[in-house]
Design a protein around this ligand. Structure first.
Ligand code: ZN
Length: 243
């Protein structure tokens, strides 16, 4: 899929998934802008990673640099005021209502896409890209394909504009997300993602593992490290098979 005549706006948090989506957009669209949100998240680590990742992309990928446009930062701290979650308040991660972990921030992705669409509307952009995934998510209902499709319809009707919400990770698991990064940008992109993106829910960035930085124990670290391990194992098996 190449839409080189179009601009995409990527929801870019500084995590593994949104960084992979950014690379995907740069490979497929003629111009790419990024948007990030301050919503009262407990740890600023992820937000601090954003400018570093953008600078590294500009340094390592000249063909993408010419496509990479403005980065937008929006304040959605109203989310923190709506109630406590483990992402916005200093409380332990645990299961909450209806089996959902309390890392679920109700309405977050809906607000993110709505704010991004409002910005896109003003900038004449019709494609929005998000890293939502239904395959190995934590059961977050706003990551579901049906939610995103319904939102695409609602945003299109509400702004009388044909928006397209692209979610390139929707049907792939974490090992396949690492594979996608490798396919898009080879070893330099993999290294960039390992070194510079952040997933850990508790903001730990002390120890460097082969999959990157993090506590290694929280659900986000578990998903990232297990995914990386399975990706590497599959890769090793493949390279031995080729010998
Ligand atoms: Zn962690």
């Amino acid at each position: 899929m190449r839409r080189s005549g179009e601009t995409a706006l990527v929801l870019f948090s500084g995590g593994q998934d949104s960084s992979t989506c950014l690379a995907w957009a740069l490979a497929n669209f003629g111009r790419v802008e990024t948007i990030g949100f301050r919503y009262g998240q407990r740890h600023a680590v992820e937000m601090d990673c954003r400018p570093v990742i953008l600078a590294e992309i500009r340094r390592l990928f000249p063909a993408w640099t010419v496509k990479l446009g403005d980065d937008h930062l929006l304040d959605l701290s109203v989310i923190r005021g709506l109630g406590a979650t483990a992402m916005t308040h200093n409380i332990a991660i645990q299961s909450g209502n209806a089996g959902l972990p309390n890392t679920f921030v109700p309405g977050r992705n809906l607000l993110f896409f709505t704010a991004a669409a409002a910005l896109a509307y003003r900038r004449g952009i019709r494609t929005l890209v998000g890293g939502m995934c239904e395959t190995d998510y934590s059961g977050y209902p706003d990551c579901r394909d049906d939610t995103i499709k319904a939102l695409q319809v609602a945003l299109g009707l509400g702004m009388d504009t044909r928006f397209v919400l692209e979610t390139p990770l929707m049907w792939i698991d974490k090992p396949a997300t690492w594979e996608l990064a490798e396919r898009l940008g080879g070893a330099p992109l993999l290294e960039l993602i390992v070194e510079n993106t952040h997933s850990c829910y508790i903001g730990e960035r002390g120890e460097r593992h082969d999959w990157g930085y993090g506590c290694g124990k929280c659900p986000a670290c578990a998903l990232r490290s297990q995914g990386y391990g399975r990706y590497r194992a599959k890769r090793e098996a493949g390279s031995h098979g080729n010998c």
